[in-house]
Design a protein around this ligand. Structure first.
Ligand code: CA
Length: 408
């Protein structure tokens, strides 16, 4: 759900552990916790009372609380390899997940239609988020939310972020939305749609009118909450997310990326086509073209709602997966582009190396943290342009080898 800039939503996904070039690295600012947990907790309790949370509830929720070692381990864990587009997609979307999603759409169709009427988000998208976040409620997490979030708030590496998560969780629980012993992901993401506590506090909705916002057990609550979040993040009623497209020969790659927006009519005039060879509609609606696997991979024309999906999770791969799963749930075929026979994933050290080499050649990547974020991507693009390579900003092994050879 909505995360302040330095922390990626990806950290919260219980179902899909993936890191990719769009992942924004969390700066490791503070180091070890400065004080013992118990003293820290006592101060936190006072702050919570100051924010209007009842002492009786805090006694219930905080007494005997201990840090959870495993949570710190999981927070420190750095995946060794980035996932390629196709590997990500195949993890996220398979026949089983599509079938189950279709069952869910059938079972909850009436309710989801009603929610679409109110919030403008079609049932297939709600189901797709649900499928990707928790496999339709199958994995909502095994860590006590208060304990997990308190551990990370005390830990210090991202202390202030998790401190506000903890306050939000205490508020949600003290007002009786959910029990204080409720479980979630290791980072405190909650319920069927894995809302982090601040998102839960601000966007969850009581869909069934019983006075509580229950994202675990109430379908009206959880679906309305997801729809409300999307609607308030700018979801455009009556529109979809985007589509796979075919780019004409010689298409200028500097026109790709979310930084370039053009009306559909302009893309049509530039020769961008639907995969079936039909022309795009002659409309003023703005769209961008993204190439999540580089210029050799599939191209997607994406609309405003794609950007709304990115407020939920800032990964381009996640957003494509949500859109595609939504379409597959209502019978759309798989993407027409084919997975290449060889895909070489880059390790963190590969990306670090690439960042170092680019920076040494005057293309500033803003440090070498092993994560290909936006600045690294634009450095790659600038390097490619200067070297007369297809400027897609995509980090791959070929590019790294080229940089290594040229530097020797
Ligand atoms: Ca309710």
């Amino acid at each position: 759900m909505f995360i302040p800039k330095p922390v990626s939503r990806l950290l919260y996904s219980a179902a899909v552990f993936c890191l990719f070039a769009v992942f924004t690295h969390v700066p490791a600012t503070a180091a070890e916790p400065a004080e013992p947990f118990s003293g820290w907790l006592e101060k936190l309790r006072l702050e919570a009372v100051g924010q209007g949370i009842s002492p009786e509830f805090l006694d219930l929720a905080l007494t005997g609380l201990k840090p959870i070692k495993r949570v710190v381990e999981l927070d420190r864990r750095q995946p060794e390899f980035t996932l390629t587009f196709w590997r990500y997609l195949n993890n996220a979307i398979n026949d089983k997940r599509i079938r189950r999603g279709q069952e869910m759409l059938a079972r909850h169709g009436k309710l989801l239609k009603k929610i679409e009427g109110k919030y403008g988000v079609p049932p297939r998208f709600i189901a797709a988020f649900w499928g990707l976040e928790t496999n339709y409620g199958q994995y909502t997490g095994v860590f006590p939310v208060i304990g997990a979030v308190a551990t990370l708030a005390h830990d210090g590496r991202r202390g202030s972020f998790f401190r506000s998560q903890l306050m939000a969780a205490l508020k949600i629980m003290s007002r009786g939305d959910v029990n204080h012993r409720v479980k979630g992901s290791w980072a405190g993401a909650m319920g069927n749609f894995q809302f982090i506590p601040t998102t839960y506090k601000d966007f969850a909705v009581d869909g069934d009118g019983d006075g509580k916002r229950d994202m675990w057990n109430s379908y009206p609550d959880m679906f309305a909450s997801a729809a409300n979040y999307l609607s308030r993040s700018g979801w455009r009623r009556g529109w979809t997310w985007g589509r796979e497209v075919r780019l004409p020969k010689g298409f200028k790659l500097e026109l790709t990326g979310l930084g370039v927006r053009k009306p559909l009519s302009s893309w049509r005039a530039l020769g961008v086509q639907r995969m079936d060879g039909k022309s795009l509609p002659d409309l003023a609606e703005e769209a961008s073209i993204v190439l999540p696997a580089g210029y050799n991979g599939p191209a997607f024309l994406v609309y405003k709602n794609f950007r709304t999906i990115l407020t939920w999770n800032r990964s381009i791969l996640y957003a494509v997966a949500v859109g595609h799963l939504a379409d597959r749930l209502v019978g759309a075929p798989p993407f027409k582009s084919k997975r290449p026979s060889v895909e070489v994933p880059l390790s963190r050290n590969d990306i670090k190396d690439m960042q170092r080499l680019l920076t040494a050649r005057g293309f500033d990547t803003g440090g070498s943290d092993g994560v290909a974020g936006p600045q690294t991507r634009s450095a790659i693009r600038a390097y490619q342009k200067k070297s007369l390579l297809p400027a897609d900003g995509y980090p791959n092994m070929g590019l790294l080898e080229r940089l290594r050879i040229k530097t020797r």
